[in-house]
Ligand binder design. Structure first.
Ligand code: BTN
Length: 262
């Protein structure tokens, strides 16, 4: 368990293929809970759904080793990290009204994607630890985000959404790591309930109608589909709960919110 005055062991690199892959290697060699790996850029940054994560200089890319409350609860850590990410961006950009989380692993700024989380479970060989990777577009210029403008939540960076220019990377990282460890301690002391409350409070899609495409839908997976419903909150294990027009509720464990009605 991580104490209040915990000082994480931080390993900083200029370029890595992926901070998640590097930390995974270190964890299997014995790295401790709370260890952090940072890279100023990544040559093979990884995102969710087997996508790559474009990682030029100007973004914040780091991974941290965390322990879920039980081996089956790794998805909790995505939720913990998502709330920390939204809280950190809010603290750094207090004048921006629209900052929040989007299920399952995104941080939105003015309804555009500014950051994401990739949580990977190391299983028994990794002593139950998970690698939680966070990517945040801090000072990424427009030219680096041009190919990510499609869909309902185009990519952006903090710098592009602010009138005041670029941000000091070190202090963004410090604020984010502090928020993350504070929430992580809360999670270990009081469980998922207070984290779920904070997530729902920080979710701009709460009570809005969305369309959700279950993972595997494109490949015609059996019983998978495209569903529409009103977001009523998070279920146990980090699922998303949607309510249909007849008032029926259903939990979804993986997928992408492909559309929303403001
Ligand atoms: C997503 O939104 O798809 C998740 C993106 C996660 C990117 C981060 S950057 C640091 C860490 N290392 C990686 O290779 N991926 C994560």
């Amino acid at each position: 368990m991580i104490s209040e005055n915990f000082e994480p062991e931080i390993h900083t690199f200029d370029v890595l293929e992926s901070t998640n892959s590097q930390l995974r290697k270190m964890a299997l060699e014995g790295a401790k809970e709370g260890t952090i790996v940072i890279a100023h850029s990544q040559s093979m940054g990884r995102g969710s759904h087997n996508k790559s994560w474009h990682s030029p200089y100007g973004g914040l890319y780091f991974s941290v080793l965390l322990l879920p409350l039980s081996p089956k609860r790794a998805t909790d850590l995505t939720i913990v990290a998502g709330v920390a990410l939204a809280q950190a961006v809010k603290q750094i950009m207090p004048k921006s009204a629209d900052i929040g989380v989007k299920w399952p692993n995104d941080c939105l700024l003015n309804w555009k994607k500014v950051g994401g989380i990739l949580c990977e479970n190391l299983g028994a060989r990794g002593r139950g630890l998970c690698v939680v990777g966070i990517g945040l577009n801090v000072n990424v210029p427009n030219s680096d985000l041009e190919s990510f403008q499609d869909g309902p939540f185009p990519a952006t960076s903090m710098m592009l959404e602010s009138s005041g220019g670029s941000y000091e990377m070190e202090s963004v990282r410090e604020i984010l790591v502090t928020k993350l460890f504070t929430l992580y301690r809360l999670y270990h002391e009081e469980g998922m309930e207070p984290v779920r409350y904070l997530w729902e409070k920080n979710c701009p899609l709460m009570n809005k109608r969305v369309e959700l495409r279950e993972s595997g839908w494109e490949r015609g997976g059996e019983s998978l589909g495209v569903h529409s419903g009103v977001v009523v909150g998070l279920g146990d294990g980090g699922s998303l709960v949607l309510e249909d027009v007849r008032g029926g509720r259903r939990e979804f464990f993986s997928g992408v919110i492909s559309c929303y009605w403001p």
